[in-house]
Design a protein around this ligand. Structure first.
Ligand code: HEC
Length: 157
């Protein structure tokens, strides 16, 4: 397959055009770029101060809370309240990339478990952008399952 493709390129003369060079460079760039990832905080700190606060914002966007004056619906009512949920879910979604840096990954399963959280957070982000109370509640449950799934796998209490 590769040989045939190469032959086809050669015979059509596309191989040496500037466009072909640009394409070839683009194709090789990701492999040669080595992002200088650093683990700036420990994993427990990352969990407690990066993932948890962002997830809490999503979890606090559905259900009810009771106080002295009775039960209150937590569903965001104003644009500003929804914007807070957009921030929390977007932060959580992007934080999953930090969760996946090589320094943090314990084994190959780590990436699948982190991706489950990324997908759940992305669903929450879209629900927040759509101001969709049902979807944000469902996404919150899915996020919870993704956290628990990883903790169970690695025996985290
Ligand atoms: C890819 C795996 C993975 C995912 C996903 C994950 N965690 Fe964790 N979490 C861990 C591991 C591993 C530890 C244990 C860290 C240690 O003690 O070194 C941990 C520990 C914690 C701790 C305890 C931290 C401490 O102070 O000891 C909290 C809180 C926590 N996670 C919250 C969350 C929340 C909230 C989510 C989801 C939004 C989440 N985690 C998703 C792997 C994960």
């Amino acid at each position: 397959m590769t040989v045939l493709g190469g032959t086809a390129l050669l015979s059509s003369g596309v191989c040496c055009s500037p466009a072909a060079h640009a394409q070839a460079n683009q194709a090789t760039a990701p492999a040669t770029l080595r992002p200088p990832f650093r683990e700036l905080v420990t994993l427990p700190t990352f969990m407690e101060h990066v993932l948890s606060p962002a997830a809490d914002i999503v979890w606090r966007a559905s259900g009810t809370v009771a106080d002295a004056s009775g039960e209150h619906d937590l569903t965001p009512q104003t644009n500003a309240q929804w914007e807070t949920v957009v921030s929390g879910s977007a932060t959580l979604a992007e934080a999953t990339n930090s969760l996946m840096i090589p320094q943090r990954a314990r084994d190959i399963q780590w990436f699948a478990l982190a991706t489950a959280l990324a997908d759940a957070a992305n669903v929450a982000y879209r629900a927040a952008e759509d101001h969709d109370p049902k979807a944000i509640a469902a996404a919150g449950a899915r996020i919870d399952a993704a956290c628990t799934g990883c903790h169970k796998y690695y025996g985290v209490e």
